[in-house]
Write a protein of this length. Structure first.
Length: 163
């Protein structure tokens, strides 16, 4: 990202913030970092971030909830990995823990969704060999060993939908 000379007009900072937020949802930390990198003075950064928060345009709790829903609920990753991604995006530890707690009962379902997608890509493998590979992959993704074993031990290929 190009670093610009200091922006003195808060209206310009506001417009740049809105453009940045229009692309996709962002965390408060991401918005703060962006505004600082483009040269917005700290006082203006605080006012713009506060204004965005008051209007509901940045909400780290909602961001974390949706992140977990999409990443864990969709079977793309584990709770642990999704939590690390949120922390990397600057979401406060307390908010991340709330989001993890809300989704903790869904870990086995997320592991099952992930395994279903994995099995579709590896149909050619014998079931026993696939289970070993899938278990290792689930561990790398950060799923608990218990969830992985529960999902894979009861797996049979009729569980795999056609198409």
């Amino acid at each position: 990202m190009k670093r610009r000379s200091s922006l003195t007009n808060e209206g310009d900072a506001w417009r740049l913030a809105l453009t940045y937020l229009a692309r996709r949802p962002r965390t408060e930390s991401e918005l703060r970092r962006y505004l600082t990198e483009i040269g917005v003075p700290e006082e203006s950064v605080e006012r713009v971030v506060s204004r965005c928060g008051e209007r509901g345009w940045i909400d780290d709790r909602e961001y974390a909830r949706r992140w977990m829903e999409r990443r864990v609920g969709g079977g793309a990753t584990s709770l642990r990995e999704a939590a690390a991604e949120l922390r990397k995006r600057g979401v406060e530890r307390e908010i991340v823990e709330e989001a993890v707690t809300a989704f903790s009962e869904d870990e086995e379902e997320a592991a099952r969704n992930w395994a279903r997608r994995h099995r579709r890509r590896h149909r050619e493998l014998p079931l026993s060999e696939w289970r070993i590979r899938a278990y290792r992959a689930l561990m790398r993704k950060g799923f608990s060993p218990e969830a992985a074993l529960r999902v894979l031990s009861g797996w049979s290929d009729p569980d795999l939908p056609n198409g």
